[in-house]
Design a protein around this ligand. Structure first.
Ligand code: MN
Length: 347
C-alpha cells in the first residue's frame, strides 16, 4: 500500500474506526453455536471468524490490536488520530446480562488504550441497549473514564431505539453531552432474507438500508422533539437519507395529513430539518467527490467529518483521494480535523 505523509494543513482524524477485544470473540463463538443464531450475525461474524481469505484475516488481526500495529497502520496512512468504537454488532447480539457485563470490559480496555496513547486515540462508549437503565449508567461511567461519543450498532435483537423504553439512553447522552454514533449492523431476521439470497446483506447494501431506516424511525417518531439537544452521527454519507431527503419531506407531510398510520403523527419540523440540526455525517466508505460535495452542500461544512472505517476499508489510496477533494481549504480543515474535535470534545 502507498504511504501517505502527514498533512501540513490539518490533522487527519478518522472517526469511525473499529476494535474488538479478544474476549468478545469467545462470546461471539457461543452465539454462533446456538441453534437459533441470528442469520445476519451468522453471515457477517460467522464469515469473519472462519474465513481463511486474506481480507477477513487482515481485518481480524487489526481489530484486536490497540497498540503498535494499529499505530503503524495509522502512520502509513497519515492518520493523526482514530476515534475508536467496539465493532459491530458488539454486545448487541448477546443476552442482556452478558451484554451489560461485557460492555464494562470493553470500555475499560478501550479507556486504557486511550490513556496509553492520548495523542493518537479517542474511544467511544459501548452500551448494552438491552438494559436502558444500565446503559445510561455506563454512559456516565464511560464519560468519567474519558471516553467520548456513544456507539450503538443499530438494531438490538430487531428492536429500534425510537421505542420509549430506550429513552433513558437519549436522556443520558444529552445529560453527559455525548453524541451517539448510530453505526450499521446486519439487518434483523425479519428483513434480511431477500438480501441474503443475493449476498447483499452486508456493507454492500443491507447495512445502509437498515441503519438509514433506524435513523429515520428516530426522526419520524419524534425523538428529537423530546431530546432537542441530541446529536446523532451517521456514517456512509448519511446512510442514504441525505439523498432521499426531498422525497422523505414530501411524503412525510402527505402521510401525516391523510392520517394513514397511527404510528406516523405530526412532528415539530420537517425530517430534513432534523437531519441538518441533530445529525453529523461521516464519509466512511466513500471517496468519490460528487456525492461528498452534495452532502456538504446539504449539511453545511460544520457537520461532515472524515472517517476511514479501519480496518474494514483500510485504503491509503482513498486518503489521498479525499486529500484532493475540491472543497476549499477552510472546509477541508473542518472536514479532517476541527469538526471531529468539536463533536467529540478532543483537546
Ligand atoms: Mn464501520
Amino acid at each position: 500500500m502507498v504511504k501517505v505523509e502527514k498533512s501540513p494543513n490539518y490533522k487527519r482524524i478518522a472517526t469511525e474506526e473499529a476494535f474488538c477485544p479478544v474476549e468478545m470473540l469467545d462470546l461471539w463463538k457461543k452465539v454462533l453455536a446456538s441453534p437459533d443464531c441470528d442469520p445476519g450475525f451468522n453471515s457477517l461474524i460467522g464469515f469473519y471468524m472462519s474465513s481463511t481469505a486474506a481480507r477477513p484475516q487482515h481485518i481480524m488481526k487489526c481489530l484486536t490490536d490497540l497498540g503498535e500495529q494499529r499505530l503503524a497502520h495509522m502512520d502509513e496512512s497519515g492518520i493523526d488520530r482514530q476515534v475508536i468504537a467496539l465493532t459491530s454488532p458488539g454486545v448487541q447480539v448477546l443476552d442482556t446480562d452478558s451484554a451489560v457485563s461485557f460492555v464494562k470490559v470493553a470500555n475499560d480496555e478501550l479507556a486504557q488504550a486511550v490513556r496509553n496513547h492520548p495523542d493518537r486515540f479517542t474511544g467511544m462508549i459501548a452500551i448494552a441497549p438491552q438494559n436502558p437503565a444500565e446503559a445510561a449508567k455506563e454512559i456516565q461511567r464511560g464519560t468519567e473514564l474519558g471516553l467520548r461519543g456513544i456507539i450503538v450498532n443499530s438494531h438490538t435483537h430487531g428492536e429500534y431505539l425510537d421505542d420509549p423504553r430506550f429513552y433513558d439512553i437519549f436522556a443520558a447522552a444529552e445529560a453527559n453531552g455525548q453524541p451517539l454514533y448510530l453505526h450499521p449492523n446486519t439487518p434483523p431476521r425479519n428483513m434480511i432474507q431477500p438480501m441474503l439470497e443475493r449476498g447483499l446483506d452486508g456493507a454492500i447494501f443491507g447495512f445502509t438500508v437498515e441503519t438509514g431506516l433506524h435513523a429515520l424511525r428516530l426522526i419520524t417518531a419524534g425523538v428529537f422533539d423530546k431530546f432537542p439537544k441530541l446529536q446523532v452521527i451517521l456514517g456512509h454519507l448519511g446512510e442514504t437519507l441525505i439523498f432521499q431527503a426531498d422525497r422523505i419531506d414530501y411524503m412525510h407531510q402527505a402521510t401525516v395529513r391523510s392520517n394513514r398510520y397511527e404510528s406516523m403523527k405530526a412532528i415539530d419540523r420537517k425530517p430534513s430539518d432534523y437531519l441538518r440540526n441533530n445529525f453529523v455525517i461521516t464519509t466512511s466508505g466513500f471517496a468519490e467527490e460528487k456525492p461528498i460535495r452534495y452532502v456538504l452542500d446539504f449539511m453545511g461544512a460544520d457537520r461532515v467529518m472524515y472517517a476511514m472505517d479501519y480496518p474494514y476499508q483500510h485504503s491509503n489510496e482513498q486518503v489521498i483521494q479525499l486529500d484532493n477533494l475540491n472543497i476549499g481549504d477552510e472546509d477541508k480543515v473542518k472536514y479532517f480535523q476541527t469538526n471531529a474535535e468539536r463533536v467529540f470534545g478532543i483537546e
